[in-house]
Design a protein around this ligand. Structure first.
Ligand code: ATP
Length: 358
């Protein structure tokens, strides 16, 4: 049985705004689940319903098989880290970590043992006597994480905990949080709008848009088998290229090139004949040097971006703009006419109306 279950969970705010629609998900004990999606898609609302900070308007939330809709946050045994980590400014790191346990009347010796252990886990041992103002942003965020994990909880909820940190600190904290998760084994739900954080940290990702779950899957599943254009475009950097064309005789035409799509449409080829479809391919899937069975396309290089380990190449194909991600030594010159290939296995087709994968 799953540890956490959300069954058709909805949130309708008192002003009538329907923020979350029929959210369904199961999380196994110890799983690391990431909710990802653009601003306003309902990630925090769902997290707050799990925490017990927000009522569930419709649907069921179960913990270990028991309906927990009306349980208090305390009974749910959750710990939460927010974007803004308000530490107590007049207390040392040690006291910030110890405070919650002191309130619960936990024994001094036990508190000390847990503070020391948490500090070791988070690399804060040398900072226990410091006041928060004498810490860097990353160190402060670590204290905030420490304050949550020092209580032994089954469910760990994090709402954009890294968004106040700079890019370098974010990368460090990302791996630290993954490490802490491995050591504590708490079922974790982590909210972010950053697809890189989602891909690198999650066991499974829940991708949301406009209050609806679009897809739930492992990072590999959502990258290689996106269910629709939104997921395909949201996961991956630079995003997947989309080219909209009408199917004629089982083919689409891009510039001077004719691509056979009938094999990919399979049984549905007749259904799509004469209709528009969207061809999708990832920038990193292209090959500048041809190979058997690859689709070939031509275009003119408008812009190149050298990134060191790779290069982004912006290509204009008769008015259709696409991005290619190539190795630095494959990088063409500006204004050069290029031919590039897409391996057949890297081709995606989407219904132009429903935007779902074909
Ligand atoms: P962000 O990444 O910007 O934090 P999010 O995906 O977490 O976004 P939510 O904070 O869950 O989004 O908000 C979802 C939607 O619900 C938004 O359109 C928001 O304006 C709306 N909303 C949030 N709180 C309330 C409220 N108390 N009353 C009415 N609408 C609300």
């Amino acid at each position: 049985m799953a540890y956490l279950t959300l069954k058709n969970v909805n949130k309708i705010y008192p002003n009538g705004f329907h923020a979350v629609h029929d959210f369904n998900m199961e999380a196994e004990k110890g799983e690391f689940i990431v909710f990802v999606g653009p601003s306003g898609c309902g990630k925090s609302t769902t997290l707050r319903m799990i925490a017990g900070l927000e009522d569930i308007s419709k649907g069921e939330f179960l913990i270990d098989g028991e309906v927990a809709n009306t349980w208090s946050p305390r009974d749910r045994e959750v710990a939460m880290v927010f974007q803004s980590y308000a530490l107590y400014p007049n207390m040392s790191v040690y006291d910030n970590l110890a405070f919650g346990l002191s309130l619960q009347g936990v024994d001094e010796d036990v508190i000390d043992e847990r503070v020391q252990k948490t500090a070791r886990l988070l690399g804060l041992t040398d900072y226990l006597d410091r006041m928060p103002r004498a810490l860097s942003g990353g160190q402060r965020q670590r204290v905030a994480v420490g304050r949550s994990i020092i209580r032994k909880v089954g469910i760990f909820l994090m709402d954009e905990p890294l968004s106040n940190l700079d890019a370098k600190q974010r990368v460090t904290m990302r791996s630290e949080i993954t490490q802490i998760h491995r050591e504590t084994g708490a079922t974790t739900i982590y909210v972010t709008h950053d697809q890189t954080e989602a891909m690198t940290m999650a066991d499974r990702i829940v991708i949301m848009k406009d209050g609806y779950v679009q897809q739930v899957g492992t990072p590999k599943e959502v990258y290689f088998n996106p269910c629709n254009m939104f997921v395909a475009g949201f996961i991956g950097e630079p995003p997947m290229n989309f080219v909209r064309r009408r199917v004629e005789n089982g083919c689409i035409r891009i510039g001077g090139d004719v691509l056979d799509v009938a094999w990919k449409l399979g049984d549905r080829a007749a259904e799509y004949e004469g209709r528009e479809i969207v061809l999708g391919f990832r920038p990193e899937a292209v090959e500048m040097n041809g190979s058997d069975g690859a689709y070939t396309l031509c275009g003119n290089v408008e812009l190149t971006e050298m990134l060191g380990d790779s290069a982004n190449v912006y290509v204009d194909m008769d008015g259709e703009k696409v991005i290619l991600k190539v190795t630095p030594h494959e990088m063409p010159r500006m204004d050069e006419d290029v031919r590039f290939h897409i391996p057949k296995g890297s081709i995606y087709l989407f219904d132009a109306v429903t935007e779902t994968v074909i």
